[in-house]
Write a protein that binds this ligand. Structure first.
Ligand code: ZN
Length: 507
């Protein structure tokens, strides 16, 4: 077989893998929208079968043969990035499929259901001790599976790379340290300024607010030829159905916060449908999963959606579409979006404190897998970090270590992605300002074409051809670097707090 024939073989496997993933996305969306309660059992069997087919694609003799062949190929010598992406992706999926021990995985799957139940019980009782032994088992089994997938790397590095491919725990830790210290210094600085007054935001008609938020997403560049909105789901998420098909799910709500949810999901949708035809043919469409996808969605939510330029353009439209907002002063509306207040929960947090929630969770996981923290001490360590990083006291375990389902629901080695997204955003913004210094003026005029063209050219068209680390270096010329994000926050928030921009010295 020639190199070309081998390449075609793994490209076909990769495409079929994506077909299975699309079916899984459709099932997931259906589960939130149309699946009747009694349809659940049969659906579960069907979904398990699809998952098995997806995994099996990488367990055939053909896949073993291709692994042996491509193990002998030096990726660095392949010039075409798309070919490199096809090979890297194939090898990574093959290794995970072939090396995950079936018995451990089965044990973990059984444990997962129990874990979720125990987490709910513990939440009810506000008592971490009920969940503790289950968390320990889940973490330890996950660690064993990770060790089997890659015996040469620490388990936590492998778990993190399953969410953020190619990300190194050492590099993340170093940048999180910079970010954590910088954010705490910025919080201390802002505490010496004048916080914007709290705004009593009105509530609009939920259906009207949803329609308005969707119209903003379309103006931003979300195309109804490439996706659709369903506003009858309980939380916001986007299903990547196909290379030209993104389904956005949101909810109806009279709060202006719904606008940010829609802009966020529009970011995911535009990114996932923006791959070039070549990347689609290669099975590498849809964007880089993990922190990088979150970076694009948060860019549209925050860097665009919470900017002064955007609200200069948008506020008159809001006041017209939702008359309850017409009584607000536009400046007051904008400033009210930028009150910084440490909270107990990530999902209720502001732009400045958000990353701290993710960083501290990452640190707890890292310390656990390094043997420096045991399950028994997890709740206390959690409370201690909230005190230290955010200055808040955790009143009980339900509002602390038990606050979300991530650890009970197989999201272990996942939290870094939330803070990585912000770090990438700072770097992307700096590169955008280098290439399009007038982009804010365009926003003020409601012209999003230059921004989206830049995003498409630099990022979207490449699908998941590169790892996040590779792409960020291509776009910005530098490695993972937390400083541009800190600079962005300081330049934005200092004037709002009546202070001069300028980062306080680290320390
Ligand atoms: Zn998101």
């Amino acid at each position: 077989m020639t190199y070309q024939e081998h390449l075609e073989s793994i490209t076909r496997i990769g495409r079929e893998y994506r077909y299975c993933k699309s079916i899984e996305s459709l099932f997931e969306l259906d589960q939130w929208t149309m699946l009747p309660p009694l349809g659940g059992d049969y659906r579960q069997q069907t979904a398990a079968w699809v998952a098995q087919q997806k995994n099996h694609l990488y367990l055939t003799e053909e896949a073993a043969r291709e692994e042996a062949y491509f193990d002998g190929v030096s990726l660095a010598e392949i010039e075409d990035p798309v070919e490199r992406g096809i090979i890297r992706t194939f090898l990574s999926r093959r290794r995970i499929a072939a090396r995950t021990p079936e018995d451990l995985q089965r044990q973990y799957n059984l444990l997962k259901a129990r874990c979720m139940q125990k987490w709910k019980e513990a939440r009810e009782a506000k008592d971490y001790k009920i969940f503790m032994p289950w968390l320990k088992q889940a973490f330890d089994l996950k660690g064993q599976i990770a060790q089997a997938i890659n015996p040469d790397a620490p388990a936590f590095d492998t778990l993190v790379s399953l969410t953020d491919e190619g990300a190194a725990v050492g590099e993340i830790s170093a940048q999180f340290e910079v970010l954590q210290k910088g954010l705490r210094a910025l919080l201390a600085k802002l505490a010496g300024g004048t916080a914007p007054a709290a705004v009593d935001y009105p509530q609009g008609d939920p259906a009207a607010m949803s329609a308005f938020a969707q119209s903003l997403a379309r103006e931003l560049g979300f195309s109804t030829d490439l996706g659709s909105f369903n506003d009858r789901v309980v939380h916001g998420f986007t299903s990547f159905m196909g290379p030209r098909d993104a389904r956005v799910s949101t909810y109806r709500n009279g709060s202006h916060e719904l606008i940010f949810t829609c802009l966020h999901e529009a970011g995911h949708a535009m990114y996932s449908t923006g791959s070039s035809q070549r990347l689609i043919d290669a099975g590498l469409w849809g964007g880089i999963e993990g922190g990088f996808h979150e970076a694009i969605s948060r860019f549209y939510e925050n860097m665009v959606g919470r900017s002064r330029a955007y609200w200069d353009y948008c506020f008159p439209k809001l006041a017209k579409a939702i008359p309850a907002f017409a009584a607000l002063d536009p400046e007051q509306f904008y400033l009210g979006l930028h009150r910084v207040r440490p909270t107990l929960k990530r999902i209720a947090s502001d732009e400045v404190t958000y990353s701290l929630h993710a960083i501290l969770r990452f640190e707890l996981e890292r310390d656990y897998f390094a043997g420096a923290l045991c399950a028994e001490d997890m709740a206390d360590a959690w409370d201690q970090k909230y005190r230290e990083y955010l200055g808040v006291e955790v009143p009980d375990d339900t509002q602390g270590v038990l606050q979300d389902m991530h650890w009970a629901g197989d999201y272990i080695g996942y939290f870094q992605s939330y803070a990585l997204g912000n770090i990438y955003d700072g770097q992307i913004l700096a590169a955008l300002e280098r290439d399009l210094p007038d982009w804010q003026q365009d926003l003020r005029r409601g012209n999003f074409v230059p921004l989206n063209d830049w995003m498409r050219e630099q990022i979207w068209q490449w699908g998941c051809c590169f790892t996040a680390g590779e792409l960020i270096r291509r776009v910005t010329g530098s490695r993972l670097d937390a400083r541009p994000f800190l600079t962005y926050l300081d330049r934005k928030y200092s004037p709002i707090y009546g202070l001069k921009p300028g980062l306080p010295a680290e320390g």
